[in-house]
Design a protein. Sequence first.
Length: 169
Amino acid sequence: MILPGNAIVIDVTISTLPAAPLHALEIWSNAQAVAKRFQKAAGFGLPPMGQSAGNAAARLIRFEPTVWLVEGDVTGLEPVLGDDGALTAIGGGIVRVVLSGSGWRRLLMEGGVFDAENPAFGPGCSAATIIDHVNVRLHVTDETQCIAYVPSSFAHDLIEFWKAATRLG
């Protein structure tokens, strides 16, 4: 038992964002041609593995070799993909959890297998990992904030796990 006043509290705020348009963009053939078409249509390039890029309308976050999460407006992306990929709405199955404060990296180490404390995992970086047996996608938005994309069916339990971890330090 931890006596009152003997615990270290992890300095982090856990909150959820409202539902938003989220899509999985997959490319399965002619990746270089799709990348050129995308650059022309969107005005920015497809981000490399473990990175994000975007503009005022949309942000692409690359978690897997041939899959990007698109947050925001996807107007015009299907013609860019043509027969070389697909755009699939996934927003209903994902909860966006914001972890903010100086302790967000420490919190992600609780029950996780990814080194979130590595300083190279900074703003604009992304990762796919497992935390407390749940597949989670992470996107660092700035030094004091990370967004976790959590499957809806596990979001409540993972958030409760994180809340308990902040009290145990």
